[in-house]
Design a protein around this ligand. Sequence first.
Ligand SMILES: NC(=O)c1ccc[n+]([C@@H]2O[C@H](COP(=O)([O-])OP(=O)(O)OC[C@H]3O[C@@H](n4cnc5c(N)ncnc54)[C@H](O)[C@@H]3O)[C@@H](O)[C@H]2O)c1
Ligand SMILES: [Zn+2]
Length: 376
Amino acid sequence: MNVLITGGAGFIGSSLSLKLIELGYHVTVLDNLSKQIHGEFPEKSELFMRIKDKVEFIRGDVRSKEDLRGALNGADVVFHLAAETGTGQSMYEINRYVEVNINGTANLLDILANESNCVKKLIVASSRAVYGEGKYLCQTHGEVYPNPRLEEHLSMGDFNVKCPKCGENVEVLSTSEDSMIQPSSIYGFTKYGQESMCMIMGKALQIPVVVLRYQNVYGPGQSLKNPYTGILSIFSTRIKNGNEINIFEDGFESRDFVYIDDVVDATYRTIKSEQANYQVFNVGTGVSTTVSTVAAKLIENYQTPVNVNISRQYRIGDIRHNYADMANAFEKLSFIPKFSFEDGIKHFTDWVNKQEIQEDNYEKAMLEMKEKGLYK
Ligand SMILES: NC(=O)c1ccc[n+]([C@@H]2O[C@H](COP(=O)([O-])OP(=O)(O)OC[C@H]3O[C@@H](n4cnc5c(N)ncnc54)[C@H](O)[C@@H]3O)[C@@H](O)[C@H]2O)c1
Ligand SMILES: [Zn+2]
């Protein structure tokens, strides 16, 4: 079976490529080897080197129909992973995010709709960012979907999420797939655009579509060069350079961190499962971990005591908490994550210890946000 993975040289895509090859699939990768992920010499990037001689590699761009057309030739299954992925960056590079994520997907669907092809399934990588804050519990109003937090609260150091009906503090619940869609970033908006476009066209063309809403994915292979996304990478590069870690808000903000092998497992399960067709799945662990815990665990594992500054600064568009309700993936994909955060982070830090120490561009990225008024 022939599989095309767009963005297949990236963190998730390269791991997925290796797994599929191991299982006997023929894998084609279309990837532009973007500098933000692969560095100044992308042909030498570790991620690319992992797959270079194992897949049919096409260096090309999803913004080009011609590149996509070549890559789609003979593909039975398409995993659409190519995307710009920085939530913060998407708030001041709007056109770039729309061009790659929305128009790139439009190009793919245009070919599927108008040209002969043998695609029998399309799996699209979406994100928990589509939910914004996600689902919470108000003591008076039950389940609610809070709005983005207001600057007047954040600037006073009140980071709590409020009930949209009564304004009282609310408690986070696990977010299920049928939760309200309410992205608080352009990135989240484009991910929802991608999944909706694919779902609409998949139904029209009778090509089964599966949407995977990944939570915070981490593990070996994660770009240590990209200062715009991936909190474990950003913190690791800071620690390895002996620099202080700056934690936003009060450090109790939390995420659902899911280990790369589990993500690949869940993603792979969609190929054969008929039950998965036209479905949306959260891919996470269902467990939430605070950002302070992440920092402490990394410092412990690297045995490099850097200063941790809980700065009470904040970024516009950031959510407070989010973790996945995993019942649907369990029921329809029989997916159960195998890696606890403890185990996963150990594998991750062991891998980082073997990598070259990367230049720390975090302050530059933060300065960009500050100049745009998006970081206070
Ligand atoms: N990593 C996460 O935590 C996470 C969470 C939610 C969703 N996702 C989604 O999963 C997918 C893969 O994410 P990842 O973490 O592997 O990201 P990544 O940045 O490591 O990989 C993306 C790949 O796409 C390529 N790419 C970027 N723009 C392209 C273009 N215009 N044309 C062709 N290729 C292009 C990049 O070179 C890179 O190799 C993305 O769609 C992302 O939105 C990831
Ligand atoms: Zn209320």
